[in-house]
Design a protein around this ligand. Sequence first.
Ligand code: HEC
Length: 319
Amino acid sequence: MAFREYKMGGMFFGFALGFSMLITIFFPTIYITNHGAPNDYGLDKTMTYGHNNGFTYSDPFLKQWHKPIKAVLSKDPVTGQAFAKPMTVYVYRAGDPFPSTITHPRVLAGEGVIALSKSKGKIEAADDSKGAVFTLANGAYKGKELSYIVDLTATRNWTPTQVLAAVPVAQQSHASQGRTLYMREGCWWCHTLLPEETQDWETFGRPPLVGDLNGQSPTTFGSDRKAPDLLHVGSRNSSREWITMHLFNPRLVQPHSIMPRFDYLWGDKDANGKTINYTKWRKDYLEYAAGKTIYPPEVPTPAKSSEASHLIEYLLDLK
Ligand code: HEC
């Protein structure tokens, strides 16, 4: 029988096909993040960015809907008593979807982090239709010091509204919206968020660890670096003034910069409610660039609710 001649080949083929299917189907079900329990840094990032941090079904046009607010609370929102140490809180108003670290505690990885977040942090009591306020805390699990998430709405009865009322608007950060803008504006065409394990370390800070990324999707690592890595830009370059000027028009601070200007993110009005006159600004700037005037025109302070402001908050939060 002619077929017999192909028996060995057929068997090998069957084995190769079966094995590759096993790799394709079975391997992705192994939960790799189990090997990297999130650290403070990773927990802070997922709580800051919230659930919708990319192109999603619930925000297909990157309008930054339903994003949490990160704030530093310096007094008890109910009694008004000042804290000895300010507390960083992540405020999810009613309807803001929780990140997967809350909805699927397994994403937290690491037995201890899950156990502490559930038992001491009461994260399972959080209900996104009512909103909740979270913070991070440290605790011991089987003799090991670990960070975990605390649902302050369950443990202290603080509501998002009460907490937001206790923090001045100027000190509420919309880094979560800024992250979406980073994607929408294509900053990743030039910038990476991935210092590598080479001499990169010295300039851009430490490379990310597995635990830094739990619950974050997409990671916005970027693939092609034409500009400095920004993963830790907020630690390296924490001047709000510089970042603001550079974002408005990079040529103001780096005469030969290839970075586009993002002045349109300022919107119509500046922080004082004054209409921004882009035509006049441009005219003054071109005179300055041509050497006709000594000083460049002043960059308007972005309004707190402007996209520019949210993007700057995101950059400064990249510690
Ligand atoms: C065409 C490439 C390009 C794009 C797109 C781009 N940048 Fe840049 N960016 C640069 C370059 C080049 C530099 C280095 C400084 C310079 O030349 O202005 C830089 C520098 C920076 C810095 C300062 C980095 C440091 O080390 O201090 C920040 C912050 C920054 N960019 C943010 C952004 C943001 C936010 C976006 C998106 C809204 C963006 N960039 C889009 C090219 C780009």
